[in-house]
Design a protein around this ligand. Structure first.
Ligand code: NAD
Length: 451
């Protein structure tokens, strides 16, 4: 029988909340704290402040089993716990560096409340050498002279499949300085590493039986693994987007090219989807933070600068395509399908859809938008557009319809009906999710990226 561990989670956003719920589901006692009191109040009632498949169900289940608690005071989480995960945000500063102020504040608060040995783990994405800096901050601010360890345990979950990814990761990375820290982290991840737990989502899935590699490194290497992984994936996306432009110029088809490349295992098919580019709270900011930290250490990471440039260009490419078709954008009505930065999440942070809308608004375009989950969050950031109850309302009397996020439900729409209700049947499929021939057969003028 696995030993239960008392775990504190600081920051209940996408990463913290998912980690809290999943560690509780594995049988541990988890106390999560967030400085946002409204969030904590909502969570105490069993309601999730974010949309993520299975999340709310698992919050309720683990609260009922008395394994998951939400605290309004950081002491209540820190004092009884032996492992503390820092999961607060690390947003970009104006110069692109990671803003580590929240991580540092949390470390000072933990330091004041150290009552016995604790393992303090950075799960937030941070630049290399942050762990060492946090260790110094805690030593300086420590109320009592008790032992502690710092570790890095970067998180690789993807929003939209976060619970699944937490339970079935490609690898678990832990950066440690001591054997004790390594053993404690091994202990709590053991069920996942050995594939010996009942997955609450896919109880009979085969992957569950697979062993998950545990990578043990020093703290600096673990921090770099995270930045390097995200930067590499972003590079793949920009690479395929650059290829899409070449395909358009030469009459090749990017979908075939990506398929042909992706079958090579050294390349792989994932992240070779051309379109509007990447967004979200990870890739854009992590790319920038990695460039800045490299610069600080005397390396000019020009490759990543180009990755970022290609990605930013995607929005102008979409506008170019619209202009080629509509000629004049002013006072045209454009329907937008999808606002979140990717499907199955309500997260709109650095969403390419919002970037595109803001540019179109500057050109006096009328925007009617629909998203299955992200409209409430978008209304706060973009109150000036029309929000529709369904995709058909967004399409009605529109001069163009742009698919900005590849939600599955857009694939299954009644496109025949949409053709009839649009003012001009022009679809810009900025995620290449529909079939060009089928759309043209239905009478649409269809444009994707890279063909
Ligand atoms: P988030 O903004 O959703 O959540 C951060 C939470 O921290 C918020 O609820 C905020 O109120 C809380 N917080 C901020 N300062 C605090 C403080 N002083 N004390 C207590 N709580 C505080 O962010 P996120 O998406 O969960 O990301 C968190 C970290 O994980 C970031 O470093 C991010 O790069 C990394 N990460 C994110 C993802 C992802 O898909 N979102 C994946 C892997 C890693």
């Amino acid at each position: 029988m696995k030993k239960k561990t008392n775990i504190a989670i600081i920051g209940t956003g996408y990463v913290g909340l998912v980690s809290a719920v999943c560690f509780a589901e594995l049988g541990n006692k988890v106390i999560a704290y967030d400085k946002n009191k409204e969030k904590i109040k909502l969570l105490q009632k069993g309601k999730s402040p974010i949309y993520e498949p299975y999340l709310e169900k698992l919050i309720l289940k683990n609260q009922k089993k008395k394994r998951l608690f939400f605290a309004e005071d950081i002491n209540q989480a820190v004092k009884p716990s032996s492992i503390i995960f820092i999961c607060v945000g690390t947003p970009p500063l104006k110069n692109g560096e990671a803003d580590l102020s929240a991580v540092e504040i949390v470390c000072r608060e933990i330091a004041k409340n150290l009552n016995s040995y604790k393992l303090i783990v950075e799960k937030s994405t941070v630049p290399v050498q942050t762990g060492l800096r946090l260790e110094r901050i805690i030593k300086i601010n420590q109320g009592r002279n008790v032992n502690f360890d710092i570790a890095s345990n970067p998180e690789f979950l993807r929003e939209g499949s976060a619970i699944y990814d937490f339970f079935h990761p490609y690898r678990i990375v832990v950066g440690v300085k001591t054997k004790k820290a390594e053993e404690l982290l091994f202990e709590i991840y053991q069920p996942i590493i050995k594939g010996k737990f009942k997955c609450p989502i896919h109880p009979v899935r085969d992957r569950q039986k697979e062993k998950v590699p545990l990578i043990i490194t020093d703290i600096n290497s673990a921090e770099i693994i995270k930045h390097a992984s995200n930067s590499f994936l972003a590079t793949k996306i920009s690479f395929i987007n650059a290829l899409a432009d070449i395909c358009e110029k030469t009459g090749a088809n990017i979908k075939d090219v990506a398929y042909g490349m992706g079958l090579d295992k050294r390349i792989g098919r994932e992240f070779l989807n051309a379109g509007l580019g990447f967004g979200g709270f990870c890739f854009p900011k992590d790319l920038q933070a990695f460039m800045r930290i490299s610069e600080k250490h005397g390396y000019d990471f020009k490759l990543l600068k180009e990755v970022e440039r290609i990605n930013e260009e995607r929005i102008s490419r979409a506008i170019e395509k619209l202009k080629n078709h509509l000629r004049i954008l002013k006072r045209k009505t454009i329907g937008i399908l999808g606002l979140s930065f990717k499907p199955n999440t309500d997260d709109i942070r650095f969403s390419p859809a919002l970037k595109l809308i803001k540019k179109l608004l500057k050109q006096k375009v009328i925007i009617k938008a629909y998203d299955p989950k992200a409209m409430e969050k978008s209304k706060k950031e973009l109150p000036e557009i029309i929000y529709c109850r369904n995709p058909y309302e967004a399409a009605k009397n529109s001069d163009a319809l742009i698919i900005c996020t590849e939600w599955q439900e857009f694939q299954k729409l009644n496109w025949r009906k949409i053709k009839k209700i649009m003012k001009q049947p022009f679809v810009l499929d900025a995620r290449n999710m529909l079939n060009k021939k089928t759309m043209e057969k239905l009478g649409f003028e269809y444009q994707g990226f890279g063909a």
